[in-house]
Design a binder for this molecule. Sequence first.
Ligand SMILES: Cc1cc2nc3c(=O)[nH]c(=O)nc-3n(C[C@H](O)[C@H](O)[C@H](O)COP(=O)(O)OP(=O)(O)OC[C@H]3O[C@@H](n4cnc5c(N)ncnc54)[C@H](O)[C@@H]3O)c2cc1C
Length: 488
Amino acid sequence: MASLSNCSSLRHGVSLWCPQSASLTRARTQVSPSIGFRSFRRSYVVASSAFANENREFVIVGGGNAAGYAARTFVEHGMADGRLCIVSKEVYAPYERPTLTKAYLFPLDKKPARLPGFHTCVGSGGERQTPEWYKEKGIEMFHGDPVTSIDIGKQTLTTNSGKILKYGSLVVATGCTASRLPEKIGGNLPGVHYIRDVADADALISSLEKSQKVVIVGGGYIGMEVAAAAVGWKLDTTIVFPENHLLQRLFTPSLAQRYEELYQENGVKFLKGASIKNIESGSDGHVAAVKLEDGSTIEADTVIIGIGAKPAVSSFESLGLNTTIGGIQVDGQFRTRIPGIFAIGDVAAFPLKIYDRMTRVEHVDHARKSAQHCVTALLSAQTHSYDYLPYFYSRVFEYEGSPRKVWWQFFGDNVGETVEVGNFDPKIATFWIDSGKLKGVLLESGSSEEFQLLPKLARSQPVVDKAKLQNASSVEEALEIARSSLKD
Ligand SMILES: Cc1cc2nc3c(=O)[nH]c(=O)nc-3n(C[C@H](O)[C@H](O)[C@H](O)COP(=O)(O)OP(=O)(O)OC[C@H]3O[C@@H](n4cnc5c(N)ncnc54)[C@H](O)[C@@H]3O)c2cc1C
């Protein structure tokens, strides 16, 4: 059965397809038309040995998803060996961060994912770049030593330990940091967790091992994924959020209801429209309860906060921030306003060409594709602008023995009216239609062929017959109607 409703726009993006350059082995003498590279060629003083001292030809700051894919692109262009250096706050080589709230949190007897299993670029079917891979490729890594400041004039970075690194070209890939609840309302109590990196996930697992009652604050991706994991551990799990339903920025109320029912069947309790007053500790100083604005209290020995993230720009404000959406402002080649300096991944505010607006995307597909696009433009003759198609996905309840796996994908823009088709057993599809055009599609539990259709639809934005879609008796039929509109 189909249903129709209105919804607000996501104003948020994700995903693009970034073609691999055909000239992966272009020689370094081929100078990019990008301003950044030309400038770098002018200003960089080449050290006799790029590894001998503080002069580095290419430096990536940040060792996350985007850095891993950027490193691979440098290698593909033959420009990594002895020339590339990565400086990271984390102690691990780049890894596929989404794993942290998925397979990493599987119950300990259900084969949870652990490093080195999910180093980039395994998430997109690529080679697993272990620490040895970086060594073999001649890429210098500084771990556990964040960059604290940049001197644009001198082309140097200073790290927390006081190292000064000279760079030729610089790629900033510092991602985001988790938004925190203020300390004065208990945001830093022992037993209160935020999840952004492996160290955070390990700390959470240690808590879950001793836990009985878990409260999750936030009904977005992180909240939904951690709640699904916590019930897998057979813990009393409550999810609390101020909105009316799960993932309000994307899901329609009716779609959210399907997922909420599934979560409830799996034992997750919901407190919707609820705001946190403070988090309380017991006599041992450890978290003991979450107090809500309405005066009620929920007991908890582990609390996970998933209330969003902020771009990690504190050391890079001088590169020029976007004052509306945050992040470092870049153009369609990921160039900042400073020649020779680029920003990619979560931290970059870039032009979303397809919808003619600036955006920041906190999703892994964009981290991968922005890295490839930026480095290819930096090292080759590629001049076309990044043309990203927003893409979101989530996968939960995937541990062995789970009664039902959930895997949905969304492509496009969630604007206009919606038509929902399917009964969630297991499939359901939601189509967003604006001015008669199909603008976005979400599909749960599709086949790989069906999932492959979604970006084609969202990219083409065909005119669709809404009445026909509403009358479709199955998801398969609705997708066929949408597919046939591509040919019209
Ligand atoms: C728990 C979790 C689950 C997620 N799940 C999904 C999902 O299911 N689907 C999806 O599409 N996306 C998901 N995401 C988002 C996705 O992981 C990010 O969009 C992606 O990791 C962004 O890549 P990035 O390289 O820009 O940033 P990151 O991967 O965050 O990497 C940034 C790196 O920079 C380091 N750093 C920060 N500041 C400095 C500094 N000053 N000096 C040196 N290093 C620094 C950080 O420590 C980190 O290693 C998830 C994110 C999290 C946290």
